[in-house]
Design a protein around this ligand. Structure first.
Ligand code: OAD
Length: 253
């Protein structure tokens, strides 16, 4: 583990070796990778859940009780997202994907910034903030033409639309979780970037990868439950560390 990441430090030789040799890479990202794009993380000081209560906003009971309040909050988050751009951490992962034979980017984020940076194989475990889903017929649409202006938006079928994200107590999208487990079981390097690794089932993926024989590399300015058993743990911001790593393994950004 290093407190200040220094690629020339012989301590990082094994880490770089693992990154260079890896042919199958899986990455799990969390809110931390988008922090440098100006989007708040969930936990800790200033985190979203320190200002808002999940039980009042991010579950079905809350939506059925007060859909306007829930919509107002998600519209606010969409507005914030509209002015956010991918940062060097997102771009570095997109560059890595382009030269790696098998690269799966599993994200808990709903902001779409990985795709905006050019990543093409993104597995969204918690849905996408810019998608609307109908409560009645399940049809999905993007948000371009739909905005919450005080009235809950409706689907063509008459049903109430809701944001296309996973709320507490809901199942994760089946295909996404299946692909995420598969990539975790078959990769030879698993990166854990910018997640507190406390929300399941996402938090179990690094463990599955480790049990299946992969090396686990964590990038986070703070320690997490994964830190103590990860093969490599780099203390730092994703936007600093990932571009350095990608450059070091000889990829043109
Ligand atoms: P958290 O807010 O729990 O954790 C963010 C992590 O990012 C923390 O460990 C920070 O130390 C780290 N971090 C902060 N800045 C960073 C940076 N510049 N570079 C790298 N890491 C940084 O967010 P998640 O782990 O994503 O779920 O939270 C998981 C889920 O909990 C979310 O998807 C959301 C939430 O409730 C749902 O809404 C279903």
């Amino acid at each position: 583990m290093s407190s200040q990441f220094d690629l020339t430090d012989p301590e990082n030789e094994a880490l770089l070796g693992s990154c260079r040799q890896a042919k199958r890479i899986a990455v799990l990202t969390g809110a931390g990778i988008s922090a440098e794009s100006g989007l708040a993380t969930f936990r800790g000081d200033g985190g979203i859940w320190s200002k808002f209560k999940p039980e009042e906003l991010a579950n079905m009971e809350a939506f059925l009780r007060n859909p306007e309040r829930v919509w107002e909050w998600y519209q606010y988050r969409r507005d914030v997202l509209d002015s956010a751009n991918p940062n060097p951490g997102h771009f570095a992962l997109a560059a890595w994907e382009r030269i790696c034979p098998e690269f799966s980017l599993i994200t808990q984020n709903v902001d779409g910034l990985h795709q905006a940076a050019g990543s093409t194989r993104v597995i969204e475990l918690h849905g996408n903030l810019k998608v609307n889903r109908c409560q009645s017929c399940g049809a999905e649409s993007d948000t371009e033409e739909i905005r919450f202006e005080g009235k809950v938006p409706k689907c063509g079928c008459g049903g109430m639309l809701r944001p296309g994200v996973v709320w507490f107590g809901e199942m994760l999208p089946e295909a996404a979780i299946r692909e995420a487990f598969q990539s975790s079981q078959t990769c030879d390097l698993f990166l854990v970037v910018g997640t507190s690794a406390v929300v399941y089932p996402a938090a179990s993926l690094p463990e599955i990868a480790k049990e299946s024989g992969a090396a686990v590399l964590e990038i986070n300015p703070e320690p997490t439950p994964i830190t103590r058993w990860a093969d490599f743990s780099i203390r730092g911001n994703a936007g600093d560390i990932l571009p350095q790593l990608v450059e070091a393994i000889s990829i043109k950004l």
